[in-house]
Write a protein that binds this ligand. Sequence first.
Ligand SMILES: Nc1ncnc2c1ncn2[C@@H]1O[C@H](COP(=O)(O)OP(=O)(O)OP(=O)(O)O)[C@@H](O)[C@H]1O
Length: 297
Amino acid sequence: MLYVLHTKLNILFIINPISGGKGKLRIPDFIDKYLDKEKFNAKFVFTEYVGHASELADEAANKNFDIIIAAGGDGTINEVATKVLQHNKILGILPLGSGNGLARFLQVPKNLRYAILTINRLKTEKIDTATFNNKSFFNLAGMGFDAHLSAVFSSDKKRGLAGYVKLGLKEVFGYRAQKYIINIDGKEISRAAFAVTVANSSQYGNDVFIAPGASVKDGLLDVCIIKPFSLLKLPMLGYVMLKGKAETSEMIEIIKGKNILITREKAGAVHVDGEPLQMGITIEASINPLSLSVIVP
Ligand SMILES: Nc1ncnc2c1ncn2[C@@H]1O[C@H](COP(=O)(O)OP(=O)(O)OP(=O)(O)O)[C@@H](O)[C@H]1O
């Protein structure tokens, strides 16, 4: 949908200063330089703690903001989009995170100037959103090694891709697969798995594809089961994901569905769009088709 404007739209940029590990103090000036002032009344705010983006987005939606921009990574998008969805507003993305999984799927330009010009054009599309128990997610949610790593990463001072890879390699050595019973639209399977990811979109970020065939417009979730593997095969797993070949690899099983119930051995870590949380033994995931308006190129 393309908007034809008679009055200016109020737009709030919620900027996470720690996303992606790079300084962002000059970002408001940069946005101001390229944003179309004929179309928008803009305000900028920096987040100060975990959960702050969600509070700011809720407050803005309750006031008269039409569009709320998440300037950060998937964690920031999660907080902002959850409130945008609740209030039926429009989400925009400036991909300033470490991985930028959803932004990459939507092909929002990584170049900040082009990403701002994308906002100026104001083309929107509806995308699917999903829930993981009572939490909304937009890119990926999961358990197993992914969740363990996101918990360790969140307490690490260094963000960015290099920090993530370094930590991943360190943590993978001590990690043991767990058993899961997974019910997908009424069909039950039992699997030992290194990780179970429920994907709305296709990648963790940085073009590492766990669900290359996933789409935010198909009304389906992709349940991706990484099977237990010998550490000698770790480079192969990396290769398969970087090449977008997870669907044909013997190391990963992918099943599409709408309503997923996962029962695991013990309660503990999960991740929702890369942010660590604790949940119980059973986790229910479901899809809300074409429920969120997002600015796209
Ligand atoms: N001022 C702040 N200080 C510390 N943490 C913050 C602050 N503002 C936001 N956060 C938290 O930062 C976390 C990481 O944000 P985000 O996911 O956007 O970046 P990232 O992890 O670098 O990128 P990606 O998810 O794309 O890999 C989120 O949990 C968010 O709540």
